[in-house]
Design a protein around this ligand. Structure first.
Ligand SMILES: Cc1cc2nc3c(=O)[nH]c(=O)nc-3n(C[C@H](O)[C@H](O)[C@H](O)COP(=O)(O)OP(=O)(O)OC[C@H]3O[C@@H](n4cnc5c(N)ncnc54)[C@H](O)[C@@H]3O)c2cc1C
Length: 482
């Protein structure tokens, strides 16, 4: 019988998928958190398959030019911040909140001269060359013995009661089913968990300050692009800014004075500066150096929308491509940037979509109070990065000796017995995710999820039954700072 299709009607079909593989752990998403999760699970003795929709690894760090932030406690003022940096150089463990695989990655990047970090150490911000980063991830995954399936999108799950039996992936070969004992959702958007029926909140939820202050429920942070430009004469730019101090701003991530930024730059260390060039959002024009001579990352034209909507993503790509072009033309008017060119602007970056609901939901109050958790699997030190920051939160935005703890139960989704989440989709409120969604924090949750996943396979237990002390012991042995 032929069906009469019109817009709004539904097409139903049965699509077959052959079971092609079986493994211990499947990690969905080979981005910031997923690669670390896969390495941790494999190093802990399990067979791991990492499934990634693109042909390369690294997620937002390679497809979005993001830097590695934040390794050390954050201090209120710039002078205090510099004290921390100085302390880091002499006594790293006193202020270091990150160890384990994220630190190993950073050290390897710095050793390869493919990373650039504050004060020459793995300090507060490290920028990498994306191509070297892709290579390093492949190398580390290979060393750990992780199996890879690239160009493959996880589109569905096979469920038996509360247990996931397998994932359905779609790629150029068609549809395949792959079975595993434990699944780790590191897709950023929580695609796998959502398909498995785990509850989630998109963007602002009812318990956020923002909701109480009039921001509409489900509002997500803007999407944005970090793009890279080549052939910049930064020396000339510094001279221009010295003569035009009103164009230079100390704010946001750019906490260095002009002199300090110049000093860092000349020493080949990380620097971030904010420049007011009368772009549409002047405060957002930040320049970061990279390990590549003459190459700089520029941040960050933004666009509102829902990162789970293909239509909004398309609108964002279209609008931001045009915006970057405008910025490029404006930028060329600035001394030092006259001969610059757009090196890359891979694709729009999504800051926020689903917050998968776990056994615990981390709140901004937990973060402000540096609440300790018995099952804490790592620390973070990133100040709250939600845009716009609600007035009521502003006074809290950079507390003294800022550091917070991430509990394991935020990685354990409700309702499913063999699933863990890692990365930006872990169980937090919208505002707490402004602290936990940064790259290094995502890697920390990746290492914990991978390690926990491997332990669960070996002990044949559910992630929610894992002994947190045993997990912490294992993480400590991996140099994770707890
Ligand atoms: C514009 C912008 C700038 C930023 N700048 C910084 C910064 O400078 N410093 C910082 O610390 N943080 C920054 N962030 C935040 C940070 O980059 C991300 O929040 C973090 O990298 C997210 O890590 P993740 O592993 O959760 O997701 P991702 O790194 O995005 O990785 C998810 C991976 O899963 C894959 N995937 C998705 N769905 C599927 C599927 N269904 N099947 C298979 N694979 C799938 C994706 O292709 C991707 O590789 C920025 C974010 C944005 C948007």
């Amino acid at each position: 019988m032929t069906q009469n299709f019109k817009i709004g009607s539904t097409y139903t079909s049965t699509v077959e998928a052959s079971v092609t593989d079986e493994t211990d752990v499947i990690v969905a998403g080979g981005g910031t958190a997923g690669c670390v999760a896969a390495i941790a699970a494999a190093r802990n003795g399990t067979d791991v398959l990492l499934v990634e929709r693109y042909g390369f690894l690294g997620g937002m760090m390679t497809a979005g030019n993001a830097g590695l932030t934040k390794y050390i406690v954050h201090e209120k003022s710039q002078s205090e911040y510099r004290k921390v940096i100085a302390e880091l150089a002499t006594n790293p463990s006193s202020v270091q909140v990150v160890g384990g695989i994220p630190m190993e990655i950073t050290e390897r990047l710095l050793d390869m001269k493919a990373g650039i970090g504050t004060d020459g150490t793995a300090g507060s911000y490290v920028f990498t060359s994306s191509e070297d980063f892709k290579w390093l991830l492949l190398t580390m995954l290979e060393e750990a013995g992780v199996n890879l399936l690239l160009h493959s999108l996880v589109v569905d799950v096979i469920k038996e009661g509360n247990t996931i039996r397998g994932v359905i992936v779609e790629n150029k070969s068609g549809r395949q089913a792959i079975l595993a004992k434990i699944f780790i959702d590191a897709t950023g958007d929580g695609d796998l968990a959502a398909k498995a029926g785990v509850p989630f909140v998109v963007g602002v939820g009812p318990n956020d300050f923002s909701a109480k202050h009039g921001v509409k429920l489900n509002t997500t942070q803007d999407m944005g692009v970090m793009f890279r430009v080549g052939n910049v004469d930064m020396k000339r730019c510094f001279e221009y800014l010295k003569e035009n101090p009103d164009k230079f701003q100390v704010q946001g991530c750019a906490l260095l004075s002009l002199e300090q930024a110049r000093e860092n730059f000349e020493k080949g260390e990380m620097m971030t500066i904010n420049v007011d060039t009368d772009f549409s959002s002047p405060n957002d024009f930040q320049i970061y150096n990279t390990p590549l001579p003459g190459v700089f990352t520029i941040c960050c034209p933004c666009f509102p929308g829902n990162g789970l909507s293909a239509s909004d993503l398309t609108k964002a790509e279209t609008a931001l491509t045009k915006k970057v072009r405008k910025w490029m033309l404006k930028m060329k008017e600035m001394p030092g940037f006259e001969n610059t060119f757009l090196l890359n602007c891979p694709q729009v970056g999504v800051r926020e979509t689903r917050h998968i609901q776990g056994e615990y939901v981390l709140t901004i109050e937990d973060i402000f109070k540096s609440r300790e958790f018995e099952d804490g699997i790592g620390k973070g030190a990133h100040p709250i990065d939600v845009q716009p920051i609600p007035e009521s939160l502003k006074k809290h935005s950079l507390p003294h000796k800022w550091q917070f703890n991430i509990p394991y139960c935020c990685l354990v989704p409700k309702g499913i017995d063999n699933l863990l989440v890692a990365g930006r989709c872990i169980s937090t409120t919208h505002e707490a995710s402004g602290c936990t969604r940064t790259t290094v924090q995502c890697m920390i949750t990746g290492e914990a999820a991978g390690t926990a996943g491997a332990m669960c396979v070996k002990e044949n237990i559910r992630p929610r039954d894992l002994n947190a002390d045993e997990l912490k012991k294992m993480l400590k042995e991996q140099r994770v700072v707890l």
